[in-house]
Design a protein around this ligand. Structure first.
Ligand code: WQD
Length: 340
């Protein structure tokens, strides 16, 4: 009986947490496809340590159709695909937009072709709140008209969603795009978490690397915004909550509960938290006085964005279990583990 899930980008931050969730909470077998461009196969050892299950990784560039087809040919019992693999650095996509269009869209196109050719009917697509662009109505819900993307990364996610929507209309495939807000945190065991290869730009690892002395300071990018304390508001959501949503979403499709062939859902906590509040939460749970200063605004930042997450709650029965203090504490435990 087919019961195998392909997780592309499974050695990455959210992908690895999702594989752990699938192996611990379901009977699915899992296969990973990750070219290790922005991750390490050491994550496979971490997954085995947490779950006692060894999984196979195909270190394949999914832009190579023949090699991607080979994965499906060797696994005729795939019942679904969770497609995380993509480049996702906003500044890198500004510097090299064509790299982002080619990589993110060609790999997605190959996944869609293989799903149809090998009769895999269920796809979960990793999308992003950045598809909303500069929003002027908060909280954002899935009915929001998407504004002009701020960068090639966000645009590659907007186009990716539309590629899937048009493709499934005339295919056997059913798909859900999950629009992540700001993923933060680490696995409860302290054995897995965000482990950026290069200097991080996103807030949580900047905070924890500063707290352990790997970075000199946190610069708060502006406190002159029109928000309750002047710093930007974001919707932070625990990576373990995100992983659980992927399990619920793939099960929803496999069990045929979907009423449409393509759907999109926000994956956020629904709570807006300011940068200064996030820093205060970190200091509270870690007991560390953080070295930060107020700096200039960062180009491309929006003052505030947070989700209306009622659709995913109603459709998948998903509710976020962790708040900002849990996120900061698990990130801190993970950073300390990395320093050992
Ligand atoms: C959060 C807030 C910064 C660092 C990004 C991607 C988005 C999505 C989620 C993929 C902002 C402030 C940050 C620092 C700071 N990724 N900040 N000092 O930009 O909201 O979203 O991650 O889908 O596409 O853009 O996340 O963590 O960079 O910033 O003040 O050193 O923290 O200004 O307000 P962002 P972030």
């Amino acid at each position: 009986m087919a019961n195998k899930i392909l997780v592309t980008g499974g050695c990455g931050y959210i992908g690895s947490h999702t594989i752990i969730e699938l192996l611990q909470q379901t009977d699915y077998q899992v296969v990973c496809a990750d070219n290790l461009h922005n991750s390490s196969d050491h994550v496979l050892e971490i997954i085995e340590k947490i779950t006692s299950k060894k999984i196979k990784n195909y270190a394949v560039n999914l832009c190579d159709l023949a090699k991607t087809e080979q994965i499906f040919a060797e696994n005729p019992d795939f019942i679904g695909v969770i497609h995380f693999a993509a480049l996702k650095s906003v500044p890198e996509s500004v510097a090299d937009p064509l790299l982002y269009y080619k990589n993110n869209l060609e790999s997605l196109s190959n996944i869609l072709k293989c799903c149809e050719k090998f009769k895999v009917k269920n796809l979960i697509f990793s999308s992003s709140c950045s598809v909303y662009g500069n929003v002027n109505k908060l909280p954002v819900n899935e009915e929001n008209i998407l504004q002009k993307a701020e960068c090639a990364y966000a645009h590659s996610k907007q186009v990716g969603e539309q590629m899937i929507e048009f493709f499934v209309a005339n295919a056997h495939l059913n798909a859900i795009a999950l629009r992540y807000f700001n993923p933060v945190g680490a696995h409860i065991s302290g054995l897995n978490g965000e482990n950026p290869r290069n200097k991080p730009t996103n807030l949580a690892p900047v905070i924890t690397q500063t707290a352990v002395g790997k970075m000199k300071e946190v610069v708060v990018f502006g406190t002159d915004y029109d928000t309750r304390d002047g710093s930007c508001i974001r919707d932070y959501v625990h990576v373990s909550d995100i992983a659980n949503a992927h399990l619920l979403a793939i099960n929803y499709l496999i069990q045929g509960k979907n009423t449409v062939k393509y759907d999109v859902m926000n994956l956020g906590s629904g709570e807006g938290v300011t940068v200064l509040e996030a820093i205060q939460a970190f200091e509270k749970v870690s007991g560390v006085k953080l070295n930060y200063r107020i700096g200039e605004r960062r180009a491309g930042d929006v003052a505030a964005i947070y989700s209306d997450n009622s659709k995913v709650q109603k459709t998948l029965g998903w509710t976020p279990k962790f708040g900002i203090e849990d996120m900061m504490l698990s990130s801190w435990k993970w950073q300390l583990a990395l320093e050992k």
